[in-house]
Design a protein around this ligand. Structure first.
Ligand SMILES: [Zn+2]
Length: 73
């Protein structure tokens, strides 16, 4: 078991470790967590978009003048 410095932050990690304990950068091989990160971002956008659209919709309906009540006599 040897200690290898992280390429990203320089923290010494066990050569058995797959990712840096400090910054979670993959010590060896290709990044396995990278695509997971993107999936998480895309999922967050997909989940967040309807909320944003609903908020805009509510804001629009809130700003609309109440035409059901005619003004004047
Ligand atoms: Zn690191």
């Amino acid at each position: 078991m040897a200690l290898v410095p992280c390429k990203e932050c320089g923290t010494l990690n066990s050569s058995d470790a797959e990712i840096c304990l400090s910054c979670e950068y993959p010590i060896r091989g290709r990044s396995k967590t990278n695509w997971l990160k993107w999936v998480a971002i895309i999922l967050a956008l997909m989940l967040g978009l309807p909320v944003v659209l609903a908020t805009i919709d509510i804001a629009k309906t809130g700003l609309q003048p109440q035409s059901s009540q005619p003004t004047g006599r």
